[in-house]
Structure formats: C-alpha cells, structure tokens
Design a protein around this ligand. Structure first.
Ligand code: SF4
Ligand code: SF4
Length: 89
C-alpha cells in the first residue's frame, strides 16, 4: 500500500479509478457532506477539495477506487474547500 498520510488539519483531494468504480453510490451515501459531492456520475466529486477529511468515502468503497492526497494550493484556490453540510443541518 502506498497511501499518503494527511496532516491533521489537512485538506485533501481524491483520485478516482473510474475503470474500477462500479457506480454503487456508497461514497456519496456515507459522506456527511452528501449533495456537495454528488457529480453527474453519482459519486464523489473529484475537483473540490475536502476539509472534513474523515475518509469514510475511501474506506467504504468496495473496489478501493478512491485514493486521497493532500490538496494542492492551486486546487484549493480554484475550487474552494468543502467543509459544511449543504443546507446547514
Ligand atoms: S473524506 Fe469524508 S467528508 Fe470528505 S468526501 Fe470523503 S466522506 Fe465526504
Ligand atoms: S464507493 Fe467506490 S465504487 Fe462506489 S461509487 Fe464510490 S468510487 Fe465508485
């Protein structure tokens, strides 16, 4: 395994192996940010960095298609950081 560690206060981005993804939606269902991460493919968004970094999405994926890495400053500047539940629940 070659998983990168995330700093405790780190913001992460994801790489999705679209060849492996079976579009099960488990990553979206488990994500506390939910709709904020739904894409046209019904899985987590890959462009918007995540400031929650709970890794539930990565851990639940049945085919290990999700891999996180520390978000680059350029990604954060371009897309912002998801940190709140849509609708303010
Ligand atoms: S790390 Fe947690 S909050 Fe961030 S996208 Fe994955 S499940 Fe959602
Ligand atoms: S949990 Fe994994 S297989 Fe299922 S939709 Fe998400 S990335 Fe694809």
């Amino acid at each position: 395994m070659n998983r990168q560690r995330v700093k405790k206060d780190g913001v992460i981005s994801f790489r999705i192996d679209w060849q492996a993804c079976i579009r099960c939606g488990a990553c979206v269902a488990v994500c506390p940010l939910q709709a904020g991460f739904i894409t046209p493919f019904d899985t987590i968004a890959v462009e918007r960095p995540c400031g929650v970094a709970c890794l539930a999405c990565e851990n639940i994926c049945p085919v290990s298609a999700i891999r996180h890495y520390p978000a680059a400053d350029e990604e954060i500047a371009a897309h912002g950081v998801a940190t709140e539940i849509p609708g303010g629940l």
